[in-house]
Design a protein around this ligand. Structure first.
Ligand code: NAD
Length: 252
């Protein structure tokens, strides 16, 4: 086992993929900051981690808010430990065809995915470079390859890939890796909302998607958590600047 400080931050961790990732990293031995917009909403995930014998802290941070990011990461360093793993998972969708997409819907999607990942990474990297060890994992999406109704989200998720590769170039010599995971269809409230938007039940959408996915099923948060666990591991130290499509078949 390494003597590296083992504190991880997962944003957007009150539910969905983020909750799955936080739980998995706690199982892997990390003390985990469960970060989301509303601190109270993080408490259930923290309780579940603690019940299973792990260590976690609920922290309310809007990742778009520069001061909240700085204060929140400072609090995590003090109360939980100096962070050496950061998973930029917080995300939103504001889907619409281009001709109907509002400027607000464009800006808010860019804000959470790009500004959010930037602010969190800039703040957290100081602890990682100081420790000489760090892992940044950013959530991209198969939508980065283009997806009807998601001009804003596709642009943001493609941006996340360029951001990740650049962090890998800049931070590598400090022992810090940066990688991206691009999930396909994962069962969460985000995809449930997509079903509602296209006028289908979630069950019907899941069936339709499973028919199109080579492994013949839809994904679960644990599928993404397993990939994050690898990137955060000691053994992945020579893997950096990569985009791993976790989509039940070939993509990218
Ligand atoms: P979700 O909507 O279930 O959860 C997202 C979480 O992020 C929520 O708890 C939300 O409160 C939080 N969040 C939103 N804005 C925030 C902000 N400004 N600050 C802090 N927290 C904020 O979504 P999910 O399906 O679990 O998705 C997680 C990540 O994976 C997102 O980045 C998403 O784009 C990406 N992704 C999801 C899928 C999928 O199929 N579900 C596919 C590809 C990529």
């Amino acid at each position: 086992m390494t003597t590296t400080p083992r504190t991880a931050i997962v944003t957007g961790a009150a539910r969905g993929i983020g909750a799955g990732v936080a739980t998995r990293l706690a199982e892997d031995g990390f003390a985990v900051a469960v970060v989301d917009l509303d601190e109270t909403a993080c408490k259930k995930v923290v309780e579940d981690i603690e019940t299973a014998g792990g260590t976690a802290l609920a922290v309310g941070i809007d990742v778009v808010d520069e001061q909240a990011v700085q204060a929140g990461i400072g609090r995590i360093a003090e109360e939980l430990g100096e962070p050496t793993v950061l998973v930029n998972n917080a995300g939103i969708i504001r889907d619409n065809m281009l001709f109907k997409m509002s400027t607000d819907d464009w800006d808010s999607v860019m804000g959470v995915h790009l500004r959010g990942a930037f602010l969190m990474s800039r703040s957290a990297q100081s602890y990682m470079t100081k420790a000489g060890w760090g892992r940044i994992v950013n959530l991209s999406s198969t939508s980065a390859l283009g997806n009807r109704g998601q001009a804003n989200y596709a642009a943001a998720k493609a941006g996340v890939q360029g951001f990740t590769k650049t962090l890998a170039l800049e931070l590598g010599k400090f022992g810090v890796t940066a990688n991206a995971i691009a999930p396909g269809f994962i069962e969460t409230e985000m995809t449930a909302a997509t079903a509602e938007r296209v006028g289908m039940t979630f069950e019907d959408l899941k069936k339709e998607m499973a028919n199109r996915i080579p492994v013949a099923r839809t994904g679960k948060p644990a599928d993404i958590a397993a990939a994050v666990s690898f990137f955060a591991s000691e053994g992945a130290g020579f893997v950096s600047g990569q985009v791993l499509y976790v989509a039940g078949g070939p993509q990218g």
